[in-house]
Write a protein that binds this ligand. Structure first.
Ligand SMILES: *Cc1c(COP(=O)(O)O)cnc(C)c1O
Length: 491
């Protein structure tokens, strides 16, 4: 299968090359030149998570040898449950738990696979140079990427997080990560600043080439990499299979999914699943106070010129949702001129408007809503008291919004699956406050208290954090990334 840029750069490349490059030379995102058509998704229903993953990966990444091997190396022994992404019912809501990986956020699902895909792509393309991964993170990508790439031969990784813009535990998770080839660095600014700054480094490398004498290539572990998106399709299919197995649906019945959204990568994978033929009903895009996407789906106007809020769901504090670009490309029938002009406006005036036809196309599948901070806190409390289930603030955003989009079809309630993207133990202070509990002094006492209240054990890697050495403390201005990368990361 060949990949092309959403912005029209005149070149088609293999899926191995698309994974290796991450982003296209015109700054567009890679998409299949011809999207895989409807597949026999029912045939996947009886497979294990890994069985599904191998089949789904192959639909998009068809020139990778030994996909079973890649999938085994990605998931064997890395998740604390065989199921990888279990579905739990609490009250009348299904929670798709995506936080059973090494860093307790959904990004583990994709970032366990990406390093294996990258190494395999390098072998297939006989690329002998070291690959330097640069990634901006709103908190969870950074740690998951560091854990995934830790000591993976031929790779080196540096993640950039907004100074003061991630939770204390997220920061500690990154700054204590072991491995000879990993590094974390703070950026003065918010996530959008960090993301833009990393993009500028890539821009300059594309324009000027890699500095002479530096035997490396650059790539990204952000969800702009198609190798990040494809693995995420798997859990939409797995959740459907679990509903089928429990008798909650018959094959073909619609299932709605509510997705706590930031960069639009997670929910886009749901759209891919739908395009492959999975009976996805509606995809509900849930935002926090940074509700740029809610406004976009309601009005067709994407306007990043708005106040930026730091919320208790920091991984969704994003005003520039990178993967929406892929959705614009798909909704416009692959119109690269249209997609490129939207992106030009976004990075110029900061605002673009899509025509009514595109808005209607999006409305066929997507609904959107947001929950403010008070509602997020109230939801954490209500779900715990009424349903005995503890959710983290990101999941709570989705749980709150999903309640507004319940519907019936053919006389039956349509199941609504809330994607549960992080462990509540990653955000103990916010969760304790939401439960109306007093908050002890340290993060670790907070985790202990949360464990006592919920009866759940503190996740192993989080419990170990206070005993780990802090390895990274650098902080750079947003214009300092290029020099930092060349001088510190590449040396
Ligand atoms: C990254 C993240 C999100 C948002 O996912 P996107 O793919 O960026 O839309 C939601 N919740 C958590 C916990 C995250 O880490």
């Amino acid at each position: 299968m060949l990949y092309t840029s959403t912005r029209g750069f005149n070149e088609q490349i293999s899926s191995c090359m698309a994974v290796l490059r991450g982003i296209a030379p015109d700054n567009g995102l890679y998409m299949p030149a011809a999207f895989p058509g409807k597949q026999d998704m029912e045939a996947l229903m009886s497979l294990s998570f890994k069985g599904m993953a191998a089949k789904l990966f192959t639909m998009f990444l068809d020139d990778f040898p030994d996909m079973e091997g890649i999938v085994s190396r990605a998931y064997d022994g890395r998740f604390d449950t065989e199921e990888v992404t279990p579905l739990r019912k609490a009250g009348d809501t299904y929670y798709l738990e995506l936080f059973h990986g090494p860093t307790y956020a959904f990004k583990d699902v994709a970032l366990s696979a990406l390093p294996q895909l990258l190494v395999s792509a390098k072998q297939a393309l006989s690329e002998g140079k070291e690959t330097v991964i640069l990634t901006a993170t709103s908190g969870d990508t950074g740690k998951a990427a560091m854990a995934g790439f830790r000591d993976v031969p031929g790779t080196r990784i540096c993640v950039f997080y907004p100074e003061g813009g991630v939770s204390p535990i997220q920061q500690l998770q990154m700054t204590t990560q072991e491995g000879a080839n990993v590094r974390a660095c703070a950026v003065r600014g918010n996530f959008d600043d960090a993301q833009t700054a990393v993009k500028r480094v890539f821009d300059r490398i594309v324009k000027e080439g890699v500095p002479e004498g530096l035997p490396v290539t650059f790539s990204s572990a952000n969800s702009i990499n198609i190798g990040r998106l494809v693995p995420q399709i798997t859990y939409y299919v797995k959740a459907y299979a679990d509903l089928l197995a429990s008798g909650a649906v018959r094959y073909g019945d619609p299932v709605d999914y509510t997705v706590p959204t930031g960069n639009f990568g997670d929910i886009l994978a749901g759209y891919f699943a739908k395009m492959l033929g999975l009976p996805v009903g509606r995809l509900v895009c849930a935002s926090n106070d940074n509700r740029v996407l809610t406004a976009f789906f309601e009005t067709g106007v994407y306007d990043r010129n708005r106040p930026f809020y730091r919320t208790i769901s920091p991984s969704m504090d994003i005003l520039v949702s990178s993967n929406l670009e892929r959705m614009l490309y798909l909704a416009s029938g692959g119109d690269t001129g249209f997609t490129a002009s939207c992106m030009r406006r976004l990075f110029g005036e900061g605002v673009y408007t899509v025509p009514a036809g595109i808005r209607e196309k999006l409305a066929e599948t997507f609904s959107a809503g947001y929950a403010d901070e008070a509602e997020v806190r109230a939801t954490i409390g209500r779900v715990f008291r009424e349903d005995g289930y503890l959710v983290d603030p990101h999941t709570a955003v989705a749980a709150a919004v999903s309640g507004r989009f319940r519907r019936r079809e053919g006389g039956k309630e349509v199941p609504n699956v809330v994607l549960s993207t992080a462990s509540p133990f990653k955000f103990p202070q916010a969760v304790l406050e939401a439960l109306g509990e007093s908050v002890p002094e340290t993060e670790f006492q907070m985790m202990g208290k949360l464990s006592g209240l919920s009866g759940l054990p503190v996740p192993e890697n989080l419990a170990a954090l206070p005993f780990k050495e802090v390895r990274f403390g650098d902080c750079v201005g947003k214009d300092g990334l290029y020099d930092y990368v060349m001088e510190k990361v590449c040396r």
